[in-house]
Design a protein around this ligand. Structure first.
Ligand SMILES: NC(=O)c1ccc[n+]([C@@H]2O[C@H](COP(=O)([O-])OP(=O)(O)OC[C@H]3O[C@@H](n4cnc5c(N)ncnc54)[C@H](OP(=O)(O)O)[C@@H]3O)[C@@H](O)[C@H]2O)c1
Length: 290
C-alpha cells in the first residue's frame, strides 16, 4: 500500500533532495511542504509529487499539510523561532496521527552543554520524544552546500574564500547524502528510536576547500582566515541579526579549535553507498563557483 510522506522545508538544501529521491519510489506518495509556491515550481516537474503550501506559523496550513500523512521528514529553517515552529509541527503531527517523524537535527545536538545551535535542536528532539510519536534523528555535520550558499559570491568575484575557520578540520557532508540517509530511515525497517551522526568521508580545512575549488574550476581560489572580531563586524555591517551572528561564531569557534567531530561511516551503513568527497561535490557544482 502507498504511504504518504510529508517533507517540510521541501525547497531547501536538504528537502529538495529528499523529495527528488522519494519521488522515484513506487510505494511512496510524496507531499512537498513549500513555503513559497513559486520556489516549489521545480518540484512540480517530478512524478507524483503533491505540493502543499505551508507557513509554519499558520495552524490552518499545517493542518492541511499533515492530514493523511503517514510519516514526516521534519525540516525547520535556521531562525531564532525554529524551536517554536518545530513544536507546532510536532503538535499537528500528533493531532493528525502521524506514525513516524524523521527530524533533520544537527551534529552535537546531544552534547552537554554543547553550543546554542545544538541546544535548539536538542529541545526539539526532546519535544518529539515526549510526543510519543516514533522518531529518528539525523544529526549531520556542516553541509558542503554551505560553500555555494554563503561563499559563492566572493569566490566568483574575487577568487577568495573568507571564513573564520583557521586550520580547523570539519567532516563536511554533501546534502545529497543526508537525503539518501533520510530516505532509508523513512522507508526502511528498524530506525525508530535511533539517532545517527552523519558526516562526509574526510575532515578538511578551509584551505583544502579553496585548493579543491581551484583545481576543479581551473581558477585560483585563496582561503582568507577572518579573525572572529572582523567576522562579527562584517556580519553587523550586513545587518545579520545578533542571535545569528552569535550562533554562527560560536560554531566556527568550535570548528577552528578542531572540535567539529571526526568522519564516520554512518552514511555508508545506512545507504550502502560511500559518502561523497568534497572533490565530487565541487565537480558536480562547479558552475556555482565560476
Ligand atoms: N547548513 C548546515 O551546515 C547545517 C548542518 C546541520 C544541521 N543543519 C540544520 O538544517 C536545517 C535547515 O535545513 P536546510 O539547510 O535544508 O534548510 P534551508 O535550505 O535553509 O531551507 C529551509 C526551508 O524551510 C522553508 N521555510 C522557511 N521559513 C518557513 C516558514 N515560516 N514556513 C514554512 N516553511 C519555511 C524555506 O522556504 P523558503 O525559502 O521559501 O522560505 C525552505 O524550504 C536547520 O534546522 C539547520 O539547523 C544545517
Amino acid at each position: 500500500m502507498q504511504q504518504t510522506i510529508l517533507v517540510t522545508g521541501a525547497t531547501g538544501t536538504v528537502g529538495r533532495e529528499v523529495v527528488k529521491l522519494l519521488a522515484m519510489l513506487d510505494d511512496v506518495r510524496v507531499r512537498a511542504g513549500v513555503h513559497s509556491l513559486i520556489k516549489g515550481e521545480n518540484l512540480r516537474r517530478l512524478p507524483d509529487v503533491e505540493i502543499v503550501e505551508m507557513e509554519f506559523t499558520d495552524p490552518d496550513s499545517l493542518h492541511a499539510a499533515f492530514t493523511h500523512a503517514d510519516k514526516v521528514f521534519l525540516i525547520t529553517p535556521f531562525t531564532d523561532g525554529q524551536v517554536e515552529m518545530a513544536k507546532k509541527l510536532v503538535d499537528e503531527a500528533k493531532r493528525t496521527g502521524v506514525k513516524h517523524i524523521v527530524k533533520l537535527s544537527a551534529m552535537g545536538a546531544n552534547a552537554e552543554p554543547g553550543i546554542q545551535l545544538g541546544r535548539w535542536h536538542r529541545e526539539i528532539e526532546d519535544y518529539i520524544k515526549d510526543s510519543g510519536i516514533a522518531y529518528t534523528f539525523l544529526r549531520p555535520s556542516s553541509f558542503m552546500q554551505n560553500i555555494e550558499n554563503y561563499n559563492a559570491h566572493s569566490i566568483k568575484q574575487e577568487g577568495k574564500l573568507y571564513m573564520p575557520a583557521g586550520d580547523g578540520k570539519v567532516p563536511y557532508i554533501d546534502a545529497r547524502d543526508i537525503a539518501m540517509a533520510a530516505v532509508e530511515t523513512l522507508t526502511g525497517e528498524g530506525h525508530e528510536g535511533k539517532a545517527y551522526d552523519l558526516t562526509g568521508p574526510e575532515a578538511i580545512t578551509a584551505n583544502q576547500i579553496a585548493e579543491t575549488l581551484s583545481a576543479v574550476t581551473g581558477k585560483p581560489v585563496t582561503f582568507v582566515d577572518v579573525p572572529e572580531e572582523a567576522a562579527r563586524q562584517a556580519m553587523q555591517q550586513q545587518q545579520i541579526p545578533d542571535w545569528m551572528t552569535n550562533a554562527l561564531l560560536e560554531l566556527s569557534g568550535v570548528q577552528r579549535a578542531g572540535h567539529a567531530g571526526q568522519p564516520n561511516n554512518e552514511v555508508e551503513k545506512l545507504t550502502g553507498c560511500k559518502p561523497r568527497t568534497f572533490e565530487e561535490y565541487a565537480q558536480d557544482y562547479k558552475e556555482c563557483f565560476v
